[in-house]
Write a protein that binds this ligand. Structure first.
Ligand code: HH2
Length: 261
């Protein structure tokens, strides 16, 4: 899954693809690089990011989704049902909601009615508060219980269980050790029985290990991606599709996987 951030303030590529033409060209490049899904977002979820109003978020993402949906599967990275609805109308087929359907009361109904794929991600609180001293009894058990509860709520609201993907929310309300523990024990989340999405790309836990700035975290992104896949991740949400895809292809070939590409 390649990231297309149509935002001025995303933590690693804010402002680079704010114009629709630039975002579309970037999405096209990610598809050439091997992305099978493009995750289009118009609001940054980095800690402390400013909220974006619905009209502005829609204005950013709608033309980009409409163009890219002809090229790849598009997921819309939003927690607003009106934005998700417009993106689905424009051709998106997955809703990636970092609030796991808790942010907008209409989101579950929309996803159920439209029969689309839904990514449910773990995040305690919201992006403005999530990094205020996050604490867990056991981070993997707590994330697992949260995802189980959100999956149950989505199914109760009419979302087909077979359409749900789950994401531990790397970097969302987690200290460095929590992120490392989740990646190390990712396999335990497989017991939830649904595909796992992991987004470790360029995140600050990498800088927390070696001090690297956001634009120098490719090595850490690759290490996290390969190890996450080895632990059972099904979808890797990344900015650097070509490099991660090559790493995955080589890792799969070494491990003797049948499908090495
Ligand atoms: N991470 C980000 C945004 N959306 N969605 C899922 N499912 N999983 C993630 O880990 C995830 C996500 C943050 O990355 P990015 O989009 O690059 O930054 P920003 O939120 O600042 O735009």
């Amino acid at each position: 899954m390649g990231v297309v951030n149509v935002t001025p303030d995303s933590f690693s590529d804010g402002g680079l693809y704010l114009q629709p033409e630039a975002a579309i060209a970037h999405g096209e490049e990610l598809v050439r690089d091997g992305a099978e899904i493009l995750d289009v977002g118009g609001e940054s979820t980095r800690p402390g990011a400013a909220e974006v109003d619905e009209a502005e978020e829609l204005r950013r993402v709608a033309p980009v989704v409409a163009e890219l949906a002809g090229l790849a599967t598009v997921s819309i990275d939003t927690s607003k049902s009106a934005v998700a609805e417009a993106a689905l109308d424009a051709g998106a087929s997955i809703v990636n909601d970092v609030t796991a359907l808790r942010g907008d009361p209409e989101m579950a109904r929309l996803c159920s009615e439209r029969g689309v794929g839904v990514v449910l991600m773990h995040m305690p609180g919201n992006p403005r508060t999530m990094q205020d001293n996050p604490t867990y009894d056991d981070v993997v058990d707590d994330v697992k219980a949260f995802l189980f509860e959100r999956m149950d709520a989505a199914v109760s609201a009419g979302v087909g269980e077979e359409r749900i993907w789950l994401d531990p929310g790397i970097g969302f309300g987690k200290a460095l050790e929590h992120n490392l523990e989740l990646l190390r024990r990712l396999g335990e989340l497989r017991e939830l029985g649904r595909p796992l999405v992991v987004g470790a790309s360029r995140k600050s836990f990498i800088g927390g290990i070696d001090g690297s700035p956001t634009d120098e975290r490719l090595g850490g992104t690759i290490a996290s991606s390969v190890l996450a896949a080895a632990e059972g991740a099904d979808v890797l949400r990344v900015h650097d599709v070509a490099e991660v895809r090559q790493a995955m292809t080589v890792a799969a070939a070494i491990l003797g996987a049948v499908r090495a590409g």
